[in-house]
Design a protein around this ligand. Sequence first.
Ligand code: COA
Ligand code: MG
Length: 292
Amino acid sequence: MSMTPNRSALYMPGSNARALEKAKTLAADVVILDLEDAVAPEQKATARKLVTEAVAAGGFGTRQVVIRVNALDSPWGLDDMAAAAAVKPNAILLPKPNTGADIQRATDALGRAKADASVKLWAMIETPLSILNIADIAGTARHAGSRLQCFVLGTNDLVKETRTELDAQRTAALYWLSAAVTAARAHGLVVLDGVYNAFKDLDGLKRECLQGRSLGFDGKTLIHPDQIAVANEVFAPAAEEAMWARKIIAAFDEPGNLGKGVITLEGRMVELLHREMARRTVAIADAIAARG
Ligand code: COA
Ligand code: MG
């Protein structure tokens, strides 16, 4: 089993050349080079040029490189898509899909742009309709030729559109967050939590990362380099967790346990489903360790 860590995904404005350069030195698992919300209309063309040149030049190492394009029905969307596809990022992040048909439209646009088969499609989950249609959106992952790989929660947009007010426990967001995680899991997608705006409050960030992890997220989207270490720590298996996982795998491999569906390990019932979880934990821990 091979796993790609997605603990930390740092957004940066595509118009910020310094940030694009700095990205190559940061410990983020994913960098999201943004052409959308973080770029003012008059800077859209400059940002597209800066981002596509940076991606074409490479130097991002093991980091996954994702380009967030403008919505396809905006004046920039289709040109962004074509320019982004041409430089072969790991993925293109689509803002504001509402339905499975919107995912299909983006997939078709990538096809028309002759995007390499390796270029995946990531989808923002940030509109009320996307929450209502989340099963339809995630289900497109089963379509022939699907590139859909990951959901990224856009909690700021959801707060705006629904007029909710989030408390420290994100009570009003729990429905969105769980809906997105459940749909992602049903169709084998990666799912990343929304951003924590108060980027100087690392304790608050840690609490929110822990909450996101307990809700089932694979990692967190971030807005500032200072947030990376916290997300990397919280979304990695803890040392004890990885050790316990290795023990479970070893126990099922013991000759006396071969073929068994359930065993006792250190006074606890352990089933084959726990071995499956353990294998995943070990694969992630190994992938992170290999990253150094
Ligand atoms: N990615 C890469 N580098 C970043 C960065 C980011 N998201 N945010 C800050 N940096 C860099 C700065 O360029 C600066 O680098 P330098 O020391 O080499 O000059 C360093 O980190 C320190 O930055 P700091 O002064 O603390 O932050 P700031 O006041 O310049 O910027 C924000 C604060 C919030 C405007 C900025 O972090 C940002 O633009 N974040 C991303 C916003 C975004 O993309 N939003 C869309 C999705 S929600
Ligand atoms: Mg948004």
